[in-house]
Design a protein around this ligand. Structure first.
Ligand code: NAD
Length: 280
């Protein structure tokens, strides 16, 4: 850990719980908070993914104190069981990062309307994605945030998206061939609803617990480069004033800021980091 860490950023003695920590960004949030001294509880519906992420954080951040736990954010019982288990082990969650999301599996077949399209978007898929991305954030906040309010101190960070502020530009998801419009995939309606909803949840919780010492903010990241199809990357880059997607580690310092006393007088805020996309 950096010995000259500016004091307000120092999270030594604090524990941060991250949902969906087994994915691309979850381990980045975990490493960011471990770097500033926090103990990290990496949770994911897939225990093995959480464990692998915890190993990666330990390998990257010297002396990182990490544990990995299974958690399915859709179910109040799963959230309550983890909270009870952590409490029994003397672990109190001071920081909650609501990061879990479903990466939708959309199917296509020639001559059939693409399953991501609004006209045929399945109710089951809608319910699943909302349950993870939005209900899950509410359930985790309800349980862990309430404990924070009882103690008079805590931080919640919701991971939203630039698409929590603007609508998706569906043109960037199109295939450049003669695939008919109806068979072209789109960014599903759930993504917009979940991410706009998370920003609403952020403001609600922030004001609800403002007098109880619990700060609640959101971060709205732009798309992270992860070896996507070059044609897609080029089309997206054209929508971004800085002309590129984000690198995977570029949100770390914002996570450190929003989860620490460095942002002490900030609650109900949505920090947009999108290379300027929403400014255009
Ligand atoms: N990657 C990007 O470009 C980007 C951009 C903007 C916002 N975001 C947001 O950042 C967050 C993380 O994105 P990511 O790219 O790391 O996604 P990811 O798909 O790599 O990771 C999501 C994780 O959530 C877990 N998960 C799924 N269902 C769950 C459940 N029921 N309970 C608990 N965990 C569950 C998955 O197992 C996975 O490990 C998401 O909220 C995403 O919408 C990502």
């Amino acid at each position: 850990m950096t010995p000259q860490l500016p004091k307000p950023f120092n999270l030594t003695g604090h524990t941060a719980l991250i949902t969906g920590a087994g994915g691309l960004l979850g381990r980045q949030h975990a490493a960011a908070l471990a770097e500033v001294g926090a103990t990290i509880v990496l949770t994911d519906i897939h225990r093995a993914a959480a464990e692998a992420a915890a190993d990666a954080v330990r390998a990257e951040v010297l002396g990182a104190d990490c544990l990995a736990e299974p958690l399915d954010v859709r179910f109040p019982k799963s959230v309550a069981a983890l909270e009870r288990d952590l409490t029994a082990r003397g672990i109190t969650v001071d920081i909650l990062v609501n990061n879990a999301a479903i990466d939708p599996k959309v199917t296509s077949a020639p001559g059939v309307m693409h399953s991501s399209r609004l006209e045929v978007f399945g109710l089951e898929q809608w319910n699943l994605e909302i349950a993870v991305g939005l209900t899950g954030a509410m359930l985790c906040s309800q349980t862990f945030g309430a404990r924070m309010a009882e103690r008079g101190r805590g931080v919640i960070l919701n991971i939203a998206s630039d698409l929590g502020v603007i609508a998706p530009d569906q043109r960037i998801y199109r295939r450049d061939d003669d695939t008919p419009q109806a068979e072209q995939s789109v960014k599903p309606v759930t993504y917009s609803v979940i991410k706009h909803g998370l920003i609403g949840l952020t403001k609600y919780l922030a004001t609800y617990w403002a007098d109880r010492g619990v700060r609640v903010n959101a971060i709205s990241p732009g798309g992270v480069f992860n070896n996507q199809d070059p044609a897609f990357v080029e089309r997206l880059a054209r929508l971004i004033p800085m002309g590129r997607m984000a690198e995977v580690g570029e949100y770390r310092s914002a996570v450190q800021f929003l989860c620490s006393d460095a942002s002490n007088y900030m609650t109900g805020h949505n920090l947009i980091m999108d290379g300027g996309r929403t400014a255009w």
